[in-house]
Design a protein. Sequence first.
Lengths: 654, 504
Amino acid sequence: MTSSLHLWLIPLVPFAGFLVNGLLGRRFPKALVTTVALIATLIPFVQVANIALHFSSLTLPYTEQVATWITAGNFHADFAFALDQLTLIMLLVVTGVGFLIHIYSVGYMAEEEGYWRFFAYLNLFMFFMLTLVLAENFLLMFVGWEGVGLASYLLIGFYLTKDSAANAGKKAFVVNRIGDFGFLLAMFLLIAHFGTLSFSEVFNQVAQHPEWQGGFLTAIALFLILGATGKSAQIPLYVWLPDAMEGPTPVSALIHAATMVTAGVYMVVRTHVIFDRSPFALSTIAVIGTATALFAATIGLVQTDIKRVLAYSTVSQLGYMFLACGVAAYSSGIFHLLTHAFFKALLFLSAGSVIHALSGEQDMRVMGGLRKKIPITFWTMTMAVFAISGFPPFAGFFSKDEILYQAFISPNGLGKILWFIGLFTAGLTSFYMFRLWYLTFFGESRAQATTAHDDHGHGHGHGVHESSWVMLTPLVILAILSGIGGWVGVPEAMGGHAEIAHFLSPVTGAAHEAAEGRSMELLLAAVSVTVAVIGWFIAHLMYFAKPALPAQLASKVRGLYSLLLNKYWVDELYGAVVVAPLLLISRYVLKGLFDTGVITGGGMAIGYSAQGLGALVQRVQSGNIRSYAGWLALGAAALLLLTYVGFGTHLLFR
Amino acid sequence: MLNDSILSTITFVPTVGAIVVALLPRRGKLIQWFTLLISLLTFALTLHLPAHFQYGQTGFQFEENHPWITSPNIHYHLGIDGISLWLVVLVGFLGPMAVLASWKVIETHTKEFYFLFLLQQTAMIGVFVSLDMFLYYGFWELSLVPMAILIAMFGRNRGPQAAIKFFLYTFLPSALLLVGLIWLYAKTGTFDFVETQQYLSQNSGSIAPQALWWVSLAFLVAFAVKVPVFPLHGWLSDVFSEAPTAMAMVVAGKLGLYSIIRFNLGLFPSQSREVAPLMIALAVIGILYGALIALVQQDMKRFIAFSTIGHLSFCTLGIFCFTIVGLNGTVYQLLNHELSGAAMLILFGILYERYGTYDMGLYGGVATRLPRMATLYLITMLSLIGLPILNGFVGEFLILSSTFGVHPYWGAAATLGVILSAAYMLGMIQKIFYGQPSQLVANKTVPDVVAREGFALVPAVILMLVLGVASPYWIRAISGAVSGLAQNVAHATATFTTTVAEKR
């Protein structure tokens, strides 16, 4: 393959779309805004699809150097793009799901103020996300890394007049910056040790030095993990993601479920060469991922806002991907990333369709009985629920099971414990997803006749309605993908070929196989399906068969219930331990006491003493020449004395 | 040849303009238009420099060197290298922006204002192009005078106090600087920068090290106050809140930082190395301190003052790490901060023109009313917090990564500033632009960004993006100059320490 693939066009076309809509969109008719935004996403998708079709004829990895970005002294960074198997999967997810969500948004946002602004931001997001995925060096990846944070900030705060949205946007950006701080330090360490930020050069150097184990590689890996926990909403930095649900629902689907939040997973897989050298860092990821999966799932059990349930579910599912990375099963992590992009985007979009149908209502306590009223949304949602809960043959079953299996057979001493927690969390997942399913679609409608929730301007003036086809088409496509998307990774134990693991093996290395063989894998799969069924059964019991049960249970274990309902008070804890002290110290100690007191006061003191000195000097200026001469002599003598004693040396900083 | 007189032309076109302004009648917007013309002309002339600059060549270019006064031996010696090149262009670029920003605000004493404004332009360019230190000192002092007068004349409510504060903070250390200069002259017999530099590097033994130490300290303090370096920043927030926008835009940063690079690193490399640990500590404290106070500021002008302290401390940090990468980053960061900081000050100014207050607490929900304004604020804010592909990132990254290479813990601490700057900047944006319109905003119908303001700001915003993606174009000039400097410092083994040790 000699001809250039023009990878640079993939991110740049959405950027052009952003510029056009951002600068001129205000004056455009809606149809034109739509056209620009959709074309700007369709072109990259077609280009990626075209690359995918000819993929086998490419020599990989393919790199493309566009221009020099920064060069100073011995530091050098390029605008350079790279393509390999991992990139291709990410590109397909981002452009494919991204395009579908753009289409959906045309319907969902049709009535909104600032329609053009929304699509400009979406295109901007695509630009940064594609840059992140295509980057050939850490620094360019960081452009996308920070940039998706910016797009996320703008879109969370899309409803400008809503204070909660503005707070959530700011929180997302600042918390992400804490992660970025880690990413930056990792890059500084990389520069210090490798002298370059290019992926290929860094990885080659690592490969050439098998004696490098742990040490500074662990430090780099740990800082990268800090970055990943910010972007992918893991403990301890997950707190921004649930609040991010303030954004319009398509944004939650695209950015806060399918693409942006998976950037941390992508980054870890991309840099796995470094992680492979640090068992400690790997264990850290595995533990963080598993803990987050469990922690978020327990919060998800009791949330009543439909989008919040999905948000905690996203945090939890990302935890699974981290677990996969932590047991060095990178291709399994990417596999779950792929299927999760389908079913989680579908869950959010279906939830959006529900919210749309109910004119902006998000509280599941006042839903119910929607199965007949919005049947297509019901069926697509059902597909997604089965997929995420891990029922075969839906997508989530294969990918989640693969992760659990890899954890189980991992040589890591923690493997079995992690597997068990993962399995338990799978049961919780099944429970809270079916809870959502029953609460939303079954039973009688619990809506009050007068609920005129009209936060988002969805006031259509008529009752519950199915969404238009422009919204339903993406739902149906994603539903199909949630159904069959997992078939690319059917393990050999079940008669499949694990295509995705083989496809990724040039990047991630070959997948692990257990000594126990296939029967073990089948046994574990049976166990996890059983757990999912139990989760479903309990949800059925509590939210369908005996609807009074949840309230009784909640009153019995009031403490636990309120702990979960209040999300373990982590936000409050962070506020009390970090934010409040920082603000108090800044306001009273630094600004009040130090700056006003010492600096300004000191300045004034100098000023007054200068005035006083002036008065003194005035008296000395007697006009008497002999007196001047006397002062001069005295001064000279003093200076001489000082030099002799070596007065100056005492004031040196050594 | 134009190349032989271009620096004089650039320096004194504003002076000629100032004289003409003094003679013009006070009629209509005549003075404004004329000053705008002069500042545009100056800017156009400064563009001659990068066009004809010999990249990759070390030493000074476009030199003019004529004897001026024979005794004492003072020359009229001008010249620029890669460090001052872009600073001169920057002064040229900010000139028209400043005039446009003052267009409506300055209604009284217009003649005095624009006269002093143009004089200030000459002074700033003069500081950057002078290679004779006496001449340099003249321009340095000249840059302080119009500033002090304008602050006193146009202060919001405490103008005279702020002017006195400014005077005390800057003139007193300048007097020290003068003493240092004269002492150096007494030793070397020349005010010429290049000759002094040669003399000091070749005859380091013949000058008492303690004395040289004190001289370098006098230089450093005078410059550090002007930057300002923590804890010498007491004047900045008062000056920012009192000075007209056009003056606040140029008062901090570039003069002081340029002078530290040129003189402290150029003339006193070993002394600079001795003082580096202290300066690095002060810089890191400044980064965090500025950010933390900005976090709790309600007054926009004081807010931007403390944010400026934080951002300029990055430059101080970059200077005193003495790495080529860091010095490149420093000069680049300096350019970028002056550009984006000026844009932010103008933006605060035009909001004040509309609503009559700098108190953020009174604002809210402006975004829905003034969408174009919101966009400009947002981009400028992102540039200031160092979002990649905008200009602020490049310098900040180079400084932080090189600092981390030599002082990992200080580097890591300074990087915390990245988190804090996002927190306070986004907080500011939220207070002004998000939420329901506040009483103040709801009750007053004001126009969005008008054409004049657009002309001032849109070029700056475009430049933010260009500087962010095309840094090699600028850095190739900077790099040549700073790599010599970094080697200079690195090779200046601590002669001072050794001589003192020998003496004992």
